[in-house]
Design a binder for this molecule. Sequence first.
Ligand code: ZN
Length: 142
Amino acid sequence: MRPEESKELTARLERAAIFLLKHDIFRKPDDLARRFGLPVPVVRYWWRNVEDQTKEIIPDRDLTAKQSKMIRKATQVLESWEKVKRYRPECGAPLANGRRCKHNVVIRQPEGWDMGALADRCRMHGGASRRVRKKKQESDDD
Ligand SMILES: [Zn+2]
């Protein structure tokens, strides 16, 4: 997965999480994290960084069709995370035998999520490293 795609995916999850927390569909970041299998420190961090943490509670009966739809949509975005975790892209690093590595890319540790939840490589090929992997010279890379 390219770094931009991983960042975009992570930003989508963050927006959805903040939307649901803001509207008090989940009371605490920890509740939301557990429900969708996200790392608790990441969701706490997202919520801490929201400027205005006032909840906008809308009683069920007052929800407009549009608001209900947005809540459903945000829930779906977060539910998709389990699938993303299970079906992570292949690492694709070139191997000595001329094939490409088929291991799944790494899910980063919470402190690395600002670079995107998914790394672009598996654990063996540097996906777990804290720094963004620099592209090697063309001669070694392909
Ligand atoms: Zn690999």
